[in-house]
Each structure stands twice: as C-alpha cells, then as structure tokens.
Design a protein around this ligand. Structure first.
Ligand code: HSE
Length: 440
C-alpha cells in the first residue's frame, strides 16, 4: 500500500478553498486514478479566522508560506497566493530546494521566474506543475508539453483573457462602448484588481510567453512579447468586421517565422467561420497548428474557482501517480533565448479605418499612397452616415466619412509608411485605426 501524497496549500482564497473541497470530494476517484490517496495535511493563509466553510480539523496551520514550504511533513507545496515575487517566490524556491514538488496557478510568477524555477526543480528532482496558470481548466500546458511532444508546432494562438473577450462580445452584440462594457466586467468580478492588466493585454502576454516556451522550446520571456490592448476598439470596428466576414478578438499569437519566434498580443480580425471566432463571453480558447495535422482548438473556462481548482488538482494527481514531466518539456539548458520580434517586419493582412474628407480625389489619393507601398487592396468601402445621400454633391464643408479597407498580405512597415503619407496629404482627419488580420 503506497502512502497517501501529503499536500500543503498556501493561500485559501476562492481557488485555495475550492482545491481543499475538490480533493475531499474526489478522494475515492483520486486514489483509483493515482494508485494512492491524496490528503491536504497543512495549510497557510493570511487570516486563520476567516469563515471559509471548510473542515480543516486535523490539518496543520503553518505560520507562513515559507514555514509550510520547509515542513518535512508535506510532499507537495501548492502555491495559490498569487503575485510575481515574494512571498510566493521564496516559498516556491524553498520547497523546490527541499526536493518537494510544487503546483502553482500563478501565471505572473511563471512568466517572470519560470525558467529559473524549472532549473531548481530539475536539480532537486521535484515537479513544477502550473496547468492552471494558462486557461485554467483547459489542459493546454499538458497538451503542449506532453500530448504534442511528437509534433513540430509552427503556431499557437488563443483567446487567453476572459475579461477582454467578454468586453468585445458585448460591444459586438449590443453596440456598446468599450468603457461601458469594462464597467460591467468589473461589476461582475471578471477583471483583475487593476483592469489595465487585462485590457492592455499584459495578462494575455504573460500567458502567451508560457505557451510559446512550451511550443518552441524557448526560455519564458514576457519582455519578448509585443503588447497592444483593446481600449482603442470602437463599436464601428466590430460592425465593419461583421460585414466583412470577420470578428475582432484579443489574441495572443506565437509563431515560428524565418527570423525567429514572433510573440504578439493585439486586437485581431479573425475569419468569422474560424473556430476561434466562435468563442464568446469569458470563455478562453487556444489553437495549435502542428506540422502535418489540422489545427487543434481547445476551448473552455479560463478563470474562476472551480475551473482553476480542476487544473490544480489534476497537477497534484500527476505528482501522486509519479508523473514528472520537465516543467517546459525540455531540459532548461536546452531552452533557447528569444528576443522581441520587430513588429514593423510583421507580415499579414490589415483592416484600416480612416475618417476621410468627403472630397473628390480622396479615395484616389489613398489608393495611390497604398499602391506606392505595393499594398494590394482586397476591399474598400466608403460609408455615409444614415440619411446622407451617399455624399452626393459633397462640398468642402462635408463632414468626414469612414473609409474601411482590407489589404492583402503586406508588411507592417509598408502600412505605416502609406498611412503617414495619407496623413501628410491631409485627406483624412484623426488617427487611422489599424487592426491586424490573422488567417486560420
Ligand atoms: N483576469 C483574467 C481573465 C483571469 O479575465 O481571464 C484569469 O487569468
């Protein structure tokens, strides 16, 4: 009879409490699946007095996370406190140095210190599992690390932030502004404490840097990710996208190019018929393009107590059954460095919305400037506000009208140069809106 796996949990917030409950509820199932029991034997949290509705009788309370990590009674240190640095970091380092395995849901910490922690885990023989850090219940880490070990991956991309997807979904369905939808996301508790972390794309960037490392065997490097958020997206962009056969999503994309691994987070037009375009509200999704196989898309809940606890308990179960995958799927000394790909060299199609002066020659000027940069136009639409009879008899006093263009694949540099020239021609007002298109 193998002794039960003894688990210590640091952090008893929504996720921590749910992990305690889930282990209790799944006790029988876990022993069957792992060939041994799983028991929570020690915990630590900021407040011992707080009502959590948990039966913690017989469970030791450690003084602090570090004391728990050094407790010889535990086999696995489960970190559910959050925060990219201390106290979570020192406690995880201590647990790994003690030869214990670590399970964490902490994307910020893995994105910042993942490579170094993986080296510690390798050296001392413990596991470092972090399935819940990306896409919560979606088993995307395991898919990339183990399930696709025999496949060469050339692109991984996804909707990795529920708050942004919720905002874009509501903006599209109800024609609401970004600010209105953000307020609702905050009211419903979807957004992080600082919503800029979600809407400016940093949360997605942290998760993407982890996925890129697993997909391409690189050192996790959040600084190598180009990041752009969704705050500039207007309801009219979503309307135009719909009419043109696209949807706008905040995507994290990591792709192998001839010049290296490109990692980028930005609002993206995706074909309406693609799997990723069907993913609405707070749901997350990741698509993996592997050589020789059609794309694989995993869809599911990317946040929330139950979804996160599901992944944490699965990580604990792996340790109980003796599975020890290398944290990033390869030995740390074989992981390659990555640098930030210059976006000006990015190649793809573009959506461009301009506010054009409604005067004879404007469209011709815009077309000429694009042609000078060898940009080929897939479609061009000039819109008139309702009631304006197609700009008939436009005079110098006419108000600007939106012109929407879709380009064939070109370089970002060419788009910038063409738009700069159009601005200098004074045929448009305000800043052009530019959204990259990602084909499936
Ligand atoms: N704020 C994140 C989201 C939570 O909206 O997806 C999960 O990381």
């Amino acid at each position: 009879m193998v002794a039960p796996l003894k688990v210590g949990i640091a952090g008893l917030g929504t996720v921590g409490a749910e992990v305690v409950r889930l282990i209790e509820r799944q006790q029988r199932n876990l022993s069957l699946r792992c060939g041994r029991g799983v028991r929570v034997v020690a915990v630590t949290a900021r407040s011992k007095a707080r009502k959590r509705g948990l039966d913690l009788g017989g469970v030791t309370w450690a003084r602090n996370p570090l004391a728990l990590a050094n407790d010889p009674e535990i086999d696995v240190f489960v970190e559910l406190m959050g925060g990219a640095d201390d106290p979570a970091l020192s406690a995880i380092e201590a647990a790994l140095r003690n030869g214990k395995s670590v399970v964490t849901a902490n994307k910020a910490l893995i994105a910042k210190h993942g490579t170094r922690l993986a080296a510690l885990a390798e050296k001392h023989g413990g596991a470092l599992n972090y399935e819940a850090a990306v896409g919560a219940a979606i088993p995307v880490i395991k898919t990339l690390r183990e399930g696709l070990a025999g496949t060469s991956i050339h692109r991984v991309y996804g909707i990795l932030n529920g708050t942004c997807n919720y905002i874009l979904t509501r903006m599209e369905r109800e024609g609401l502004s970004f600010a209105e939808c953000l307020k609702d996301a905050q009211r419903l508790g979807y957004a992080e404490a600082n919503p800029s972390f979600d809407v400016d794309g940093h949360d997605t960037a942290q998760k993407l840097s982890i996925l890129a490392s697993l997909a391409f065997g690189t050192k996790v490097n959040q600084k190598a990710v180009y990041v752009e958020g969704i705050s500039s997206i207007a309801p009219e962009d979503l309307r135009a996208a719909d009419e043109l056969g696209y949807r706008v999503k905040l995507l994290g994309v990591a792709v192998r190019t001839e010049t290296g691994i490109e990692q980028r987070v930005h609002p993206t037009m995706v074909p309406r018929t693609s799997s990723i375009a069907q993913v609405m509200d707070v749901t997350n999704a990741v698509t993996v393009d592997g050589d020789g196989i059609p794309p694989i898309t995993l869809v599911g809940p990317g946040a929330g107590g139950a979804a996160t606890a599901s992944a944490v308990v699965a990580d604990i179960a792996d340790i109980a059954r003796g599975v020890r995958a290398l944290p990033f799927g390869r030995p740390v000394d074989r992981l390659k460095m990555t640098t930030k790909a210059p976006m000006r060299r990015h190649e793809g199609g573009y959506y461009i919305r301009l506010m054009a002066r409604d005067l004879a020659g404007t469209a011709a000027t815009i077309a000429t400037r694009l042609a000078e940069q060898k940009i080929s136009i897939e479609s061009i639409v000039q819109r008139h506000p309702d009631g304006d009879r197609a700009g008939a008899g436009a005079t110098a006093k006419s108000s600007p009208v939106p012109v929407i263009l879709i380009t064939y694949a070109t370089s970002e540099d060419a788009v910038h140069r063409a738009l700069q020239a159009v601005q200098q021609d004074r045929v448009i007002t305000g800043r052009p809106q530019v959204i990259r298109i990602e084909k499936n």
